[in-house]
Design a protein around this ligand. Structure first.
Ligand SMILES: Nc1ncnc2c1ncn2[C@@H]1O[C@H](COP(=O)(O)OP(=O)(O)OP(=O)(O)O)[C@@H](O)[C@H]1O
Length: 372
């Protein structure tokens, strides 16, 4: 497995790109560390498949370099890059047995037969395919076929990375979880680098050590699932990750006061000065998970009126109008409130984030009374 680096990479599908909007991938500089599972997460059209195809060599980037362990592979064809790719639809030979399918990539590399057999049996065991080895691939379920596709990638010991492009799309919902669990177990056990494209945050968060979040051709943040949830560096990460996403409320600075709805937060002089220097409008960000309802706390709680309640069984999502904008709070079932009630939202001080334009402003955790 190799460390993969993308250097000053840009890609446009147009012959003469002029503006940023002509690029499907804008400036990307990224290192994919050895042995980790990565998810490439973003909405449709954000550039995930373009990035994956540039990594594999199926697509040649308009600008920049691709390095495997420091070696420049930018101009190498896909077959010379030692990359295995698993697509949405299984790519297997239907008339071959499972064993023959798994052995195929090794046979073409003239590996000795005994060695092939040993490796095929090892990988089949990893993927739960042992009992199917003598079966023809035709007639197996989509989930089993996708395991074979994955096995055809894993069977080679020299692969630099396994790239998976939404591999669970055609899998029955009931079987998705099992395959996802197998993928994670195989990745941990064999230490392979997986790069997994998805637009499903749940899939990304459960599978990956690092999530690369993309929006409109740009990598907006790379981090562990926990980091992205706790510390979104970009507004897009705040609302794309988490269900529901982060609340963003436009706010104003008036000397050393930050005005959020009807609440005026007193800031220390350093923070007030830092916020005054920002360009781009300020917004107050807090996840619904870190808001509760409670008694008024002057200068801290945010007053509003409940406009909607969604019952999720063991919890409620409550929408509160705070004077022209809405905040969502995720509260326990035992919290009593009704549509039309006047309430006070109590934020967790350490979970408040301030954004200028699209980007978070780094502030000490204690700014809003959180613990240090
Ligand atoms: N062959 C192509 N020719 C022209 N434009 C393309 C081509 N392939 C992709 N694009 C454009 O490049 C941008 C990024 O597309 P890409 O397929 O990489 O996004 P994605 O995040 O993988 O989306 P999806 O989840 O829908 O597959 C989109 O605007 C898309 O329309």
């Amino acid at each position: 497995m190799a460390e993969i680096q993308l250097k000053n990479l840009r890609h446009s599908y147009y012959p003469n790109p002029k503006t940023d909007a002509d690029y499907a991938l804008k400036e990307v500089d990224l290192v994919w560390e050895e042995g980790l599972a990565y998810a490439l997460l973003g909405p449709s059209g954000s550039g995930k498949t373009t990035m994956l195809n540039i990594l594999s060599g199926l697509l040649s980037a308009s600008e920049g370099q691709v390095l495997f362990d420091g070696r420049d592979v930018t101009t190498l064809e896909a077959r010379d890059r030692n990359i295995a790719q698993v697509f949405q639809f299984p790519v297997i030979y239907e008339t071959m047995t499972v064993e023959e399918n798994l052995a195929f990539p090794l046979k073409t590399r003239k590996i000795p037969t005994a060695q092939i057999k040993e490796r095929v049996h090892f990988i089949a065991a990893e993927l739960g395919l042992t009992s199917l080895l003598k079966r023809k691939a035709r007639g197996l379920s989509a989930e089993q076929k996708q395991r074979i596709s994955l096995g055809r990638g894993l069977v080679r010991e020299d692969v630099a990375a396994i790239l998976l492009d939404e591999p669970l799309t055609v899998i029955d919902p009931a079987e998705k979880m099992a395959l996802r669990r197998t993928l994670k177990a195989v990745q941990l056990h064999l230490g392979v680098k997986l790069i997994y494209v998805t637009h499903d945050q749940h899939e990304a968060m459960t599978l990956a050590d690092r999530v690369v979040v993309m929006d409109d051709g740009e990598v907006v943040q790379v981090g562990s699932p926990e980091e992205l949830f706790a510390n979104p560096a970009h507004k897009f990460v705040g609302y794309f990750i988490g269900t529901p996403g982060m609340n963003f409320i436009d706010c104003q600075l008036a000397e050393d006061m930050l005005i959020v709805g009807q609440t005026r937060y007193k800031l220390d002089a350093v923070t007030a000065k830092k916020l005054a220097m920002q360009s781009g409008g300020l917004s107050f960000g807090i996840r619904p998970d870190f808001l509760t309802l409670g008694a008024e706390q002057p200068g801290f709680s945010i007053p509003g009126t409940v406009v909607r309640m969604e019952n999720h069984g063991d919890e409620h999502i409550i929408a509160v109008d705070i004077g022209g904008s809405q905040m969502l709070a995720r509260v326990e079932d035992s919290v009593c409130a009704d549509v039309g009630d006047a309430v006070h939202l109590i934020p967790s001080g350490e979970a408040i984030r301030i954004f200028a334009g699209q980007h978070v402003v780094p502030l000490p955790q204690t700014t809003f009374g959180g613990s240090s």
